[in-house]
Structure formats: structure tokens, C-alpha cells
Design a protein around this ligand. Sequence first.
Ligand code: G3P
Length: 478
Amino acid sequence: DGDVYKYYSDGEWKKSSSGKSVSIVNPTTRKTQYKVQACTQEEVNKVMETAKVAQKSWAKTPLWKRAELLHKAAAILKDHKAPIAECLVKEIAKPAKDAVTEVVRSGDLVSYCAEEGVRILGEGKYLVSDSFPGNERTKYCLTSKIPLGVVLAIPPFNYPVNLAVSKIAPALIAGNSLVLKPPTQGAVSALHMVHCFHLAGFPKGLISCVTGKGSEIGDFLTMHPSVNCISFTGGDTGIAISKKAGMIPLQMELGGKDACIVLEDADLDLVAGNIIKGGFSYSGQRCTAVKVVLVMESVADALVEKVNAKLSKLTVGPPEENCDITPVVSESSANFIEGLVMDAKEKGATFCQAYKREGNLIWPLLLDNVRPDMRIAWEEPFGPVLPVIRINSVEEGIHHCNASNFGLQGCVFTKDINKAILISDTMETGTVQINSAPARGPDHFPFQGLKDSGIGSQGITNSINMMTKIKSTVINLP
Ligand code: G3P
């Protein structure tokens, strides 16, 4: 059936024996755009088997050769940026320009990973025994970093290409094999990206990509005995995975409620610009989006006015036309966002714009005078709606930030750098940005969430290290 995209197993594109497919609905047209194979558990077993075999010889492949292949894949990926970006536009309604940026950023990430990998994996440690009490210098310890085995990568819909390669490239350079389960929305973009790795000429079975229903293969994949590491980015599913997974390393990033704390001395034009970029780019569908503004009462009116002025200039419409605000990923997501907005309305929030929705398209909305009894003060809308909470002290802002069950990133705006650092120290988040909106990149920076926002740290260097184990060899002298 030519209409259904094939999955990738053992170096080949295959149809599933299930004879079933999964539909990908275009968020803009709300019609089926693509179909992918609904893989079976037997097909997952086969993929795991080949991944295990391929990994053994890959681990023995010289590091420089692994790097060379990754550089090749990066170049092919960049060459194919246009068709992949087109899929991103159709599958996840990412504005056309941002879709291209995602692919280019991904190519750069793969190359950087290859370079970083040859360096950090190219050196080990040499220890001597007589530094520990009671020992003579009779033992020499040599350490190196060895691969974990099969890495399972599960990226989310908002960066189906970039958050896939941020798992694939570190896994491969470190000598692991990789099984990818792309999100349904974004699966075809991911399959195209995998094809670039295929064209680069990686050994058969080293990379696989299985598509299908979470209910059929989700748990089966994450609980599979052949999986030696799971790298997951997404929502609450990650918590369920962490409870079911075996004794294997987990790397998880599960969302956030990133606070933007605005002090009285802040440059309000800078803050407003960052709130627009941080809160509304890709219609707020980023884990690191600004999700609550905590502004000192004395400057709140001025800030809200500046944000509203900028907000009114955002274009709203289809991703093909490069609009700033595009339809959110699904109807259920739009309904959830609407639920949060209506709850805030009932409880007395001030709507700075009229709430407007057509299908999955939600117009950007700033909600002022939000209070802690409103759901939107705590929950992650993943949409273009942003609450503003007015605070009377910095402590009140920090308290709100730290009372969240999330702890991904946060930001603070002030001209007083000393104050900013002290505030950063008290904010219980993986990263605090001073005078800029939260963001993951540049992609070699450490990226981690505290509390329900995740396990472990990402960023190129940390991901390579996380996907390896330390192996020691001790030479004992007589
Ligand atoms: O939501 C995914 C998260 O990783 C955000 O990435 O690059 O938009 O800050 P970024």
C-alpha cells in the first residue's frame, strides 16, 4: 500500500504484518495527512534482536569512523531540510521557517556530537593505588567509557526531528544501537530523518524506527528486556515509564511551568520581547516556554501594556504562511487549553484579549490578575495562553515558582546581577536564565529538570556520558 509510510528495521523499509496503519491528522486541516505502519510486538522483537547484534560490531568500530558516518548523516539531513520541514508543517503545524530551523539545528547537533564524542570518548583515566590509605603503588587502574547497548529513544511531537537526533547522535557515537519510537504527530518527519541516516550508510540494524499505537507497542518497548537505556521527552507518560522500566539508566524531560520573575528595575522592553518569544513561539508548545509571569505590582501595568502591544502584532493562521501563531497539535490539546482558560475566566482573571478559537487555532491570550486558585497558575497549557500573576515581593515570586511540581527552567529580569544570582540560587529549577527567556539551546549546554520535570541531564556532552558506562581494568603488580 503506497499510501502508508513504511517502518525501518534491519536496514530496510518494511510494511507491518499487522496490515493496520495509524493516521496522522494535520492540525490545520484536521484531515488525515499521512499514515504510518501499526507495528506489532513481534516486529518490535525482531528490531531488538537486530539492534543487539548490530551494536556488538558497532562498539568495535573505530570512534573516528563512527564520527565520520555521523558527519555524513548531518550533511544529508541538512541537504534534505526542505522536504523534512514540509512534513513538520503538515504534521505538527510548525511555522515553515521554524521547521527549517529545526532541521538545520539538528544537523548541527549531529556534527557537534560527532566532534565532542571523539574527544570525550577518546580519553580515559589512569589512577594509582597509593593515594588511598594503606596502599602501596602496586595497582594501576585504567578507565574507559563503554556503551550501554540498545538505547530506546522516544521524542515528543514538538521537535520530532531535533529531539530525536539529540538522542540518536549521542547514542551512536558512544557505540550504542538505537531504536526510535517517534511521536505519532511527527512520525513522517522522523522517518525522513531516519532515511538520512540510512543514506549515510550506517550498518544494518544499528538504527531502527518503529511506528504504531502506544497501546499496542508502548509498554512493550519500554519494558523490553533488550533495552539498556531509555531517553524520553514528553509528558506524564514519562512518569509511568519510569515506574515500569527495569534497572536501566533513564534520561527524561517531562515538561515544565517555567516562571518569568520580573523585578522593579527590569528593562521592560527586553522583558516584553522575551515574553512574546518565550511564551508564544510555536504557539507555546515548548517544554521551556514561559508559562507564568510573576511581575512586581509596581511595574505590572507597564509590562502588561508592552506585552499587549507586541501581542497584537502576532500573525495568526496556517503554518504554511509562516504565521506566528498556528493551530495547536490536536483537538484534545485545544480543548484542554480552553478548559484552563475557562476556569480562569470563571475565577475572575482579566482577559487582555478576547478569547477566540477556530478548530485547533487559538488566538494568543494574556491573562492578567491570575491567582493561585486558578488551574492555569499551575498547569502547563502547551498553547498560546499566558497567565500573569502580580507579586508584592520577590520572595512571593520565588515561592510560587518553587511550589510547582515542575522544575525545568525559570528566568529572572533585573539589572542587578548580584540579586539575579541570589534569586537563581533559590529557584528550584534545572536552569535559570538571567535577562532572557528559558531555552534549551545552544544544544551543548546542560539541560535538566528538577522534580517532575525529569531525570538526568541532557545537552550533547551530558547525553554522551549518560549513554556510556565506566569500565575499569586494574593492573596488579606482584
Ligand atoms: O519542548 C522541548 C524543549 O526541549 C524545548 O526546547 O529548544 O524550544 O528550548 P527549546
